[in-house]
Design a protein. Structure first.
Lengths: 287, 250, 313
């Protein structure tokens, strides 16, 4: 049963990444192949701020989060907005290009080694029914859930959040009703980067961070988003947790090296059997 | 030739077509009219296999073609034009016409790559020349689609639809966007096609155009056939007048 | 049928001969050989994305399948490498058919992710199934290669062999581009709706294109395995698929020279900047981004525009 606890821990990270995918997808229709790179950058930033500059944790976290918003917004302006006559293929490839650049920057700035930071809270082992959970894993789970809940409140309650949802329903109509669609797009990338950086901050004490991490994290987050239904908010969260638990189970049965293949089997299986995901609603398509 | 029997289709809860029945006789020009949103283009998309119907059957030359794949419908000899042109901007007019024929002849890929069937391609290009000539767009043949006037593109669409020598031609608003001269020419072209044993079924809003050409007129409103017969009969039908002018009681 | 671009083919032929005559250094010759492998793979990717509109991020997997299958089959059953490579190519085409059957019904990002997932699974299998594949270290001593009784060994004889293969491929690609098939694929790419209306079985065509390009890529992979003498999973990972994508886009999608020019530039690039090796990845990404944003036709489009301008003057 131990796999459930480790699964929920990694699953809550997948959930954060999946939410990043969904927010961008809903407001722009783009799948951001650089989403995993945000997580890597998050880990690197917190390493620099804590271990090199020696900031107190709260200051470091705040700085990293503001940097994330800026990075996301800049990302949208530099890469996405400058594509002329955008089509799906161009937008996919531009985010791939951006992910290569971010990864390259990660390597040039932080080198090829794995980096780590000290745990944010004292190490403790919590005994739970049929397994254990470390205090740091619990922190990951709690932070992810708090993030997801506050984000959902933001979308439901705040007027800016409502503007996001208006863009999702109908971009043109939202534009006519005075929503600044371009600003919303930029903000969507900002929030997605923020989610990535949060994920990066909370996982770095547990898993270390290397410049190549983004690919796998991003793909697993996408698998989670697909599993839950692309574009569905709580679907993404549920998809992330489920994927984490499945993957944990898979790794407990098969040799652990095969673990990374599992997320892709999930992607393929969901795409073939139920493209709208477990909880997604398909938007009606017209000819 | 084409028989629509008890055909119905729902989009969600909306009945886009409800128990539609009519025939398109062989060798005729049949026009489908009706206000916007009546279900005309939906019906075209059903006949050409893009939409699956919920009830009813469709026969072409006494063969049941209900819910057949679009490419199979084309193989049976039904060809169409589009309301919003579906042309490829990066290719010339002449190259755009290739699409009209390769799906029918299915030339061998290996032979074509190795250039072993030159005679066949010579004939294809002769056909393309011929179709451009009868539609009057020969002089534009080397131009790309974004370099020619809209009217020429409408003719190009028809040329592409007739190059495969279909038995039936579906025209979706052929006269829309054309000026008067172009309309006159289009009428001549359609008459010429009829003389070549083609059957024509068209959606058209221009009543002058319909009255000059159509042997039969079918009027659709809210997914139902409200009148059919000669242009005169349909025009004088009370329901048709109501549909177009609005119900004065309401 | 359009006229064949003979000057282009002659230029390629002369360039291949000139490279053989001028380059004496074996290391530089090997870079040209790698360039040709990349050019064939990038051209196959170009046929998929530039002509048909299929975005496949799993091309490296087919390359790897070709290499591994050929080496394993030749070693286990003691058959001639050439036959093993042909078998590998057929096997890869069948694999592509099986993968493509469900995936090619998808579009855009779904298709990209599905093919990427396939590539990752193959990569994991290459690493983990060490009882067949040799695991992360792969195969070291791949047997000698001979073709029609002629032993091919060393940079010089492999250069001739690969150059001939590359030239045949380029001629076939040019013939394909000028035949109706390239139009058929472009019709599918631009408007599936219109193509279906005119009797084209889109799914069947896409599946065929996907399988044939996978077969060619695998054939190429088999030759690569015998050329390099050792293979390991790293050569066939996700990064290589992305490199192919970059080459095709930077070179120019939907054109014959596109994949070749892109492969030539991006294979040679790291050699010119050995001192700033760390920046290679950033530069790659920037090339790709700049091409997408401001050079829609890629380098081929740029060259064409320059030529046309000169012709107009």
């Amino acid at each position: 049963m131990q796999f459930i606890y480790s699964g929920i821990t990694s699953g809550s990270i997948f959930a954060l990444v999946a939410l990043g995918f969904n927010i961008i997808y809903n407001t722009t229709g783009i799948i951001n192949f650089a989403q995993g790179e945000f997580v890597m950058i998050g880990g690197m930033l917190i390493y620099t701020l804590l271990s090199i500059y020696g900031f107190p944790f709260l200051v470091a976290a705040l700085l990293a989060l503001s940097a994330a918003l800026l990075l996301g917004a800049l990302f949208e302006r530099v890469f996405i907005k400058s594509v002329r006559c955008p089509n799906e293929i161009k937008l996919i490839t531009i985010t791939i290009a951006a992910s290569i650049i971010l990864r390259g920057l990660g390597m040039v700035i932080w080198g090829r080694n794995s980096l780590s930071v000290d745990p944010y809270i004292p190490y403790k082992i919590l005994k739970l029914p049929a397994g254990t959970l470390t205090s740091n894993s619990l922190l990951v789970i709690i932070v992810s859930l708090i993030t997801a809940f506050s984000l959902s409140l933001f979308f439901k309650r705040s007027s800016l959040g409502k503007a996001f949802r208006a863009c999702y329903d109908d971009k043109v109509a939202a534009g006519i009703c005075g929503v600044d669609v371009s600003k919303i797009r930029m903000l969507a990338f900002g929030i997605a980067a923020l989610l990535g950086v949060i994920a990066g901050i909370v996982t770095t004490p547990i898993t270390y961070v290397t410049y190549t991490d983004g690919i796998m994290t991003g793909l697993k987050g996408f698998a989670a988003a697909i599993l839950g239904g692309l574009g569905s908010f709580w679907g993404g969260v549920a998809g992330g947790l489920l994927l984490g638990i499945f993957e944990g189970f898979f790794a407990s049965v098969f040799p652990s090296g095969y673990k990374d293949a599992f997320a892709f089997l999930v992607i393929l299986a969901v795409l073939f059997l139920r493209p709208k995901g477990l909880f997604g609603k398909k938007k009606a398509e017209r000819l | 030739m084409l028989q629509i029997k008890n055909t119905g289709i729902n989009f969600g809860g909306v009945k886009a077509l409800d128990n539609v029945n009519f025939d398109v006789p062989c060798g005729s020009i049949t026009a489908l009219i009706g206000p916007n949103g009546a279900g005309k283009t939906t019906l075209f998309n059903i006949i050409t296999g893009f939409l699956k119907i919920n009830t009813g059957k469709i026969f072409f030359e006494n063969e049941n073609i209900t819910n057949t794949q679009p490419y199979q419908i084309f193989a049976k000899g039904i060809s169409r034009t589009f309301q919003n042109l579906n042309l490829i901007p990066e290719l010339s007019l002449k190259e755009n016409l290739l699409l009209g024929i390769i799906g029918k002849d299915k030339p061998s890929a290996v032979k074509s790559i190795l250039r072993l069937n030159g005679d066949y391609w010579k004939k294809v290009y002769e056909k393309i020349e011929y179709c451009m000539e009868i539609t009057g767009i020969s002089e534009w043949s080397a131009k790309k689609t974004d370099e020619v006037p809209y009217g020429i593109l409408k003719y190009l669409e028809i040329a592409r639809a007739i190059i495969s020598e279909p038995k039936m031609l579906l025209l979706d608003e052929p006269a829309a966007g054309l000026n008067n001269v172009e309309r006159e020419n289009l009428m001549e072209l359609i008459k010429f096609l009829i003389s070549k044993n083609m059957t024509i079924f068209m959606v058209e809003h221009d009543m002058n155009f319909v009255s000059n050409l159509a042997d039969n007129v079918i009027c659709l409103n809210y997914g139902r056939v409200i009148a059919s017969g000669s242009y005169r009969d349909v025009r004088n039908n009370e329901e048709v007048i109501k549909a177009y002018l609005g119900d004065s009681d309401a | 049928m359009k006229k064949i671009n003979y000057p282009f083919l002659i230029f390629i032929l002369l360039a291949l001969i000139a490279a053989k005559l001028l380059i004496k250094n074996e290391y530089y010759l090997s870079i040209v050989i790698f360039g040709m492998f990349n050019a064939i793979n990038a051209s196959c990717f170009n046929i998929l994305l530039g002509y048909t509109g299929i975005i496949s991020l799993g091309q490296a997997a087919f390359y790897g399948i070709g290499a591994y299958f050929a080496v394993i089959v030749a070693a286990s059953f003691g058959i001639n490498p050439v036959i093993a490579i042909i078998l590998a190519s057929v096997f890869s085409a069948i694999a592509a058919f099986i993968v493509g059957y469900p995936t090619l019904k998808l579009h855009g990002h779904y298709l990209a992710m599905a093919t990427l997932g396939f590539g990752m699974i193959i990569y994991v299998l290459m690493n983990e199934m060490d009882f067949i594949t040799g695991g992360p270290s792969g195969f070291l001593d791949i047997s000698k290669f001979s073709f029609l009784g002629i032993s091919i060994y060393g940079e010089h004889s492999f250069y001739i062999f690969v150059a001939i293969m590359f030239f045949i491929f380029t001629v076939l690609f040019e013939l394909f581009d000028k035949s109706y098939l390239s139009y058929k694929l472009k019709f599918i790419k631009e408007s599936e709706f219109a193509s279906k209306s005119f009797g084209i079985n889109i799914f069947k065509t896409k599946l065929l294109v996907f399988s044939v390009t996978a077969g060619i890529t695998a054939f190429n992979g088999g030759i690569y395995a015998y050329y390099s003498g050792f293979i390991s999973p790293v050569s066939f990972n996700f990064n290589y698929s992305i490199e192919l994508l970059t080459m095709a886009i930077v070179g120019g999608l939907g054109t014959v020279p596109g994949g070749i020019i892109g492969a030539a530039v991006l294979t040679a690039l790291p050699e010119f900047m050995a001192s700033i090796e760390d920046y290679e990845m950033i530069l790659y990404g920037c090339f790709l981004a700049v091409t997408i944003i401001s050079l829609p036709g890629g380098l081929t489009g740029l060259i064409k525009r320059i030529f046309n301008k000169n012709a107009a003057n």
